[in-house]
Design a protein around this ligand. Structure first.
Ligand code: AMP
Length: 136
């Protein structure tokens, strides 16, 4: 069964498109956090960003830069949050990779709910080593 986003891209269910291209589309989120909340969605359906084809990933940067500029221009927002919920434990509800672009204004009362904590130099060093090994 194709994802809800694949069905929107295929025209099987309605979507309010902002732009379409060979590998990415953007449409309005149906339950926006703020007016102008847009989803940037790859045409290739895969649950995680890391599963997307190289050519899709290559197009992401230019699409994202242009779309954040369009959201700023259309809404007048001075800032945006670009959010990726990459996996259900991170809050991903639709298992088709996507990015949220959310307009932000000073004093808008929104918050992104992640909490930071202090970390020791030793634990940062150990994690740096693990990540460097995973990167290789
Ligand atoms: P996530 O939790 O990151 O998977 O976000 C999924 C997003 O998809 C939510 O913000 C939903 O409001 C949005 N959404 C779900 N169904 C639709 C739809 N038919 N059209 C547009 N946006 C949708």
């Amino acid at each position: 069964m194709p994802s809800v986003f694949s069905r929107i891209i295929a025209g099987a269910i309605p979507g309010r498109f902002v732009c379409t291209s060979e590998r990415w589309v953007a449409f309005l989120d149906i339950n926006p956090v703020a007016d102008g909340h847009v989803l940037l969605v790859p045409v290739h359906e895969a649950p995680r960003i890391q599963d997307l084809p190289a050519e899709t990933l290559a197009d992401l940067g230019p699409m994202l830069a242009r779309l954040t500029a369009a959201v700023r221009a259309a809404t007048g927002c001075p800032a945006v949050n670009v959010i990726v919920n990459d996996g259900p434990e991170a809050g991903q509800e639709v298992p088709h990779a996507h990015l949220h672009i959310v307009p932000r204004f000073a004093g808008d009362g929104q918050r992104v709910g992640l909490r930071h904590h202090a970390a020791s130099a030793e634990s940062l060093d150990a994690m740096q080593a693990k990540l460097q090994a995973a990167w290789r």
